[in-house]
Design a protein around this ligand. Structure first.
Ligand SMILES: Cc1ncc(COP(=O)(O)O)c(C=O)c1O
Length: 382
């Protein structure tokens, strides 16, 4: 036997484990769609929308083709366009700012709080000042519930009301999380989420949804996602897009919704174990008492300069890591031309140098997690 064999690699997200639990139900759901052949806007789409709305308490759930489309559709519906400013975090996935740029408006980058990784009323305020200084018309804020942790919605909504902005919550990573006892989906004018395979609630490809309590907005979103259709498919009352969720993806999501609450609990158990094992060794993520996270990522912070060595040590032990995000948005080539908050975004820049995410999913068993924790402690100490 080779005493020095490298330890078996573990997955960052174990999609196969969920397949083992749910594969047959999902396969049967897909087979029902291939039997009835209504691949676009089949009955599963409306059924999923009803499930999603019930789950989060929103009046309307409008499924669509991706999280990016979910954001874009709301901006289109609200007529946001050239000359308008939309406040977005500098520390987020590109899609948040991308949706703003796609409608011809200007994303203005707000800093985040380094403890929660999220924008705050204060950091959005400094971005608002920069938007006004640039001569733009501030229209909206898109806070992101980053890594699964809800932002401080009450304070952000107060700020938005006082500043005459609408709030579009980007819950692509946070859907399923709660703020003051309520699931995300009802904070602000609308909430967008993504069903990309790495997200806590995911499908087998691309998908997304918008949530809103506003009847008129919901009707416009349904029209926009289907080429701006009017009373029927032969009438086009606005310029829309091919923004629908495929029936097959809806059928898959209906099955996944059945175990989503249980998976959220499992993710929280995993996060708690990480916190207990690692809290003294690295800067572990904190969850304020009035929210729960869905742990889209378990992201720790290391002293600047330690990250590459740390990742290499873990990799040698078969433990993958990921860096979300190595570059803040204002330093991305395609976004460097857009304004940055007054006073800059120093926390976003610092986090980009310090963060690293550990394996996180609902099926991470205690023994495997112990292996990760021991390796993290060794790597952090070296
Ligand atoms: C914060 C955030 N917003 C938006 C998106 C866009 O979602 P999608 O990839 O489904 O377009 C993602 C994920 O990719 C995301 O992480």
């Amino acid at each position: 036997m080779n005493q020095h064999a490298a330890p078996a690699p573990i997955p960052f997200i174990d999609v196969a484990a969920q397949r083992r639990r749910l594969g047959r139900a999902v396969d049967e759901a897909v087979a029902r769609v291939t039997a009835h052949c209504q691949f676009v806007m089949g009955p599963e789409v409306a059924a999923l929308e009803a499930d999603l709305a019930k789950f989060c308490g929103a009046k309307h759930a409008i499924s669509c083709a991706s999280g990016t489309d979910a954001l874009t559709l709301v901006l289109m519906a609200k007529g946001v366009g050239p000359g308008d400013a939309v406040l977005v975090p500098a520390f987020t996935y590109a899609a948040t700012a991308e949706a703003v740029a796609l409608v011809g408006a200007t994303p203005v980058f707000a800093d985040v709080d380094q403890a929660t990784f999220n924008v705050t009323a204060e950091t959005l305020g400094r971005a608002l000042a920069a938007a006004k200084k640039a001569g733009l018309k501030p229209k909206a804020a898109i806070p992101v519930d980053l890594f699964g942790l809800p932002v401080d919605h009450a304070r952000i909504l107060d700020f938005a009301r006082a500043s005459n902005l609408f709030v579009l919550d980007d819950a692509a990573q946070g859907f399923g999380g709660t703020y003051r006892g309520k699931r995300l989906g009802t904070f602000g004018l609308a909430t967008a989420t993504s069903f990309f395979p790495a997200k806590p609630l995911s499908c087998y490809g691309d998908g997304g949804a918008v949530f809103t309590d506003d009847d008129a907005l919901a009707a416009v979103l349904r029209s926009l996602r289907f080429h701006g259709e009017g009373v029927d498919r032969s009438e086009h009352v606005r310029v829309g897009m091919t923004g629908r969720l495929d029936t097959i993806q809806a059928a898959i999501l209906i099955e996944k919704m059945k175990i989503f609450p249980d998976e959220i609990e499992a993710r929280n158990r995993v996060a708690k174990r990480y916190g207990e094992a690692l809290g003294k060794h690295v800067t572990a993520p904190q969850v304020p008492a009035d929210r729960t996270s869905v742990w889209a990522q378990y992201t720790i912070r290391l002293a600047a300069g330690k990250r590459d060595g740390f990742a290499a040590t873990l990799k040698a032990e078969g433990i993958p890591t990921a860096i979300h995000y190595r570059r803040p948005m204002h330093r991305q080539p395609a976004y460097a031309r857009f304004p940055v908050a007054e006073g800059g975004v120093p926390a976003s820049e610092r986090l980009a140098d310090e963060v690293i995410s550990l394996p996180m999913h609902a099926y991470l068993d205690a023994a495997t997690q112990d292996r990760v924790a021991q390796a993290v402690k060794r790597a952090a100490a070296s």
